[in-house]
Design a protein around this ligand. Structure first.
Ligand SMILES: Nc1ncnc2c1ncn2[C@@H]1O[C@H](COP(=O)(O)OP(=O)(O)OP(=O)(O)O)[C@@H](O)[C@H]1O
Ligand SMILES: N[C@@H](CCO)C(=O)O
Length: 322
């Protein structure tokens, strides 16, 4: 489960009061998720109950968090359905709970769509593009902290845990991505703040209607195409084989392009970015699996899933139809 740090009702209550949200009526640990401690918090003010999500950041520090929290506020202010971080009387949205950095945000309505069809992929694609456009005037800058430099730093600690074929694939792909990252076409790709982890479990739907994106704590400034690729590798991928579902992928990209058309080079570089998106999550899953923080509390995601996806993307390059 993902409650690394136990928050007492007294501590939660003090935060709710400091943020002038009324009085605490319920506090429930959330057992899913693998990065942070999360609680559902219910507060009552003037007879009305409102639900929030309290997150205690277990890996990220006070230096990195303002980028994510202010990005959420920026996007929420521009009508993108993302949780709005709550401020105290001085306007501060980054708090401290149990000595850890913490945020309290709106709880989004709805639930995850874990078996998405075209209708869901269409909405995520269009909203992703709206989010990219809305983020373009966001003034803060922080790189994607799970980008190429992190892959280069992390791979040596993972290699001893792999068999020969896996080692070969990981080393070859890292070499390919390092060289690709130097190419003029890659360096000229459109960039801005991206979510970078927009999987099925980070999006909410009510019925078939998208109600929001959350979990911005891997966001960073990177290529928009990387965000599209991360989504295609999850929303439009057959979970058993790792194959891209071309029908859903076309729908996703067409919906994205109805809001923000891809450039010629974005279409051309799609295969390399799909590989980059698969590599990123293969590395992080291997890292969580072989070098866990606390083995008793975590159920790491299966790294083999992204190994399969990476092999598929190398063998079968995919470009969207014009
Ligand atoms: N703003 C929100 N609104 C509604 N539900 C939320 C919200 N934030 C988190 N949740 C719920 O909490 C669960 C765990 O949150 P999350 O996925 O962010 O975990 P995490 O450990 O922080 O990140 P990761 O997804 O990287 O493991 C989600 O699956 C969702 O059910
Ligand atoms: N979305 C990630 C986990 C959290 O970042 C994965 O599926 O590996």
């Amino acid at each position: 489960m993902a409650v690394f740090t136990t928050v007492s009702p007294e501590e939660a209550s003090a935060l709710v009061q400091r943020l002038q949200l009324g009085t605490l009526v319920d506090l429930r640990g959330i057992t899913s998720g693998i990065e942070n401690t999360n609680y559902f918090v219910t507060a009552e003010r003037e007879g009305r109950r409102t639900e929030y999500v309290l997150t205690l950041f277990e890996r990220l520090g006070f230096e990195q968090l303002p980028f994510y929290l202010h990005l959420m506020k920026h996007l929420a202010g521009r009508g993108i359905p993302v949780p709005d971080p709550k401020a105290d009387a001085s306007g501060e949205i980054l708090h401290a709970v149990c000595g850890k950095p913490a945020a309290l945000v709106d709880k989004l309505r709805g639930s995850h769509q874990l078996a998405p069809s075209n209708v869901h992929c269409h909405q995520v694609g269009a909203m992703l593009a709206r989010m990219h456009l809305a983020g373009q005037d966001y003034p803060r800058v922080q790189p994607n902290l799970r980008g190429l430099p992190w892959w280069v730093e992390t791979v040596p600690s993972i290699l001893p845990h792999l068999d020969g074929a896996q080692r070969q694939l990981l080393e070859d792909e890292l070499a390919f991505q390092r060289s690709h990252a130097q190419s003029p076409a890659y360096l000229a790709l459109p960039r801005g703040p991206i979510h970078a982890d927009l999987f099925r479990d980070n999006v909410m739907f009510e019925g078939d209607t998208l109600t929001g994106f959350f979990d911005f704590y891997f966001a960073g400034v990177d290529t928009f195409l990387f965000d599209v690729a991360v989504c295609l590798n999850d929303w439009c991928t057959d979970l058993d084989s790792g194959r891209l579902d071309e029908g859903r992928a076309q729908v996703f990209v067409a919906a994205y392009q109805s809001v923000r058309p891809l450039t010629h080079d974005e279409v051309r570089l799609m295969p390399a970015l799909l590989r980059a998106g698969a590599l990123r999550f293969w590395i992080s899953r291997l890292w969580d699996f072989h070098l866990p923080r606390d083995a008793h509390m975590l159920k790491p995601h299966d790294p083999g899933h992204f190994e399969r996806i990476l092999r598929q993307r190398v063998e079968t390059p995919w470009h969207p139809e014009p």
